[in-house]
Design a protein around this ligand. Sequence first.
Ligand code: GLN
Length: 287
Amino acid sequence: MLIERGAVMTIFEAYNNTKKRLAAAGIEDSVFEAKAIIRHITGLSNTEILTSYMNELTEFQENNLTAIMRQREIRYPLQYIIGTWGFYKYKFKVGVGVLIPRSDTEVLVEAASEFLKDKENPQILDLCAGSGCIGISLAKDYPDSAVVMVEKFDEAIRYIDQNVKLNEAYNTLLIKGDALEGDGKENKYDLIVSNPPYIPESEISLMNAETKFEPETALLSEGDGLKFYREIAHIYKASLKDGGMLAFEVGYKQADSVCEILNQNGYKDVKAVKDYNGINRVVCAIK
Ligand code: GLN
């Protein structure tokens, strides 16, 4: 039996093999990903893997590894394979039909959370909420807040529902609606945040292979990519309290244009905040 199963791999061999195949498929962070995949198929933590690296994979684990590698080699996103992903201080369910939370967006949450520090019972609006990662993170940071999330697409809404439950963020309210139609504008908010679709048509070719598995509706914005900024800045200004903040995530070349849009709409203290790569990633302003 043991001889017949000569191809059986130890965890150590599986890790090395996975790392090599990922690198050969052009995946940059093959060490990080190989560890994540081995954790996922074995259910072990990093420390447990270190102490049991000579253990053999079961047939079941090996089959799952084979299936995962076939998906990953065509650049199907790791986050969709794993099914949950860490963002900011919390975890979120992700899968087909929803934009994967990105570390760039943590900069937006940090700026927003900082602004809310001395507010009591803050009223918050998250437009184009996607997985809910922004709205739910703020709801968790501030349990006395009330967060309204507006999302248009049912595929994403399913994940928001799951993520509200996963994080027990019951100080949130979900509205199925459209930011371009002003849904959710009836209230008055201390903070309005949005990571809208902003990739202009001219940059579709620059998107990485994994992004092609994510919903276009969360990524692409017709023409120059600035439509949502123009509309939201205009439509929702009346929904911000005086002294309230509007904060956007923006594309890597869009900060100046978005600052200009906010200035034209009469907002004050317009400023850009850099992400971890030194790119202006967030634009915020006060009413
Ligand atoms: N930051 C994402 C990307 O570059 C885009 C997210 C968005 O359009 N809001 O893939």
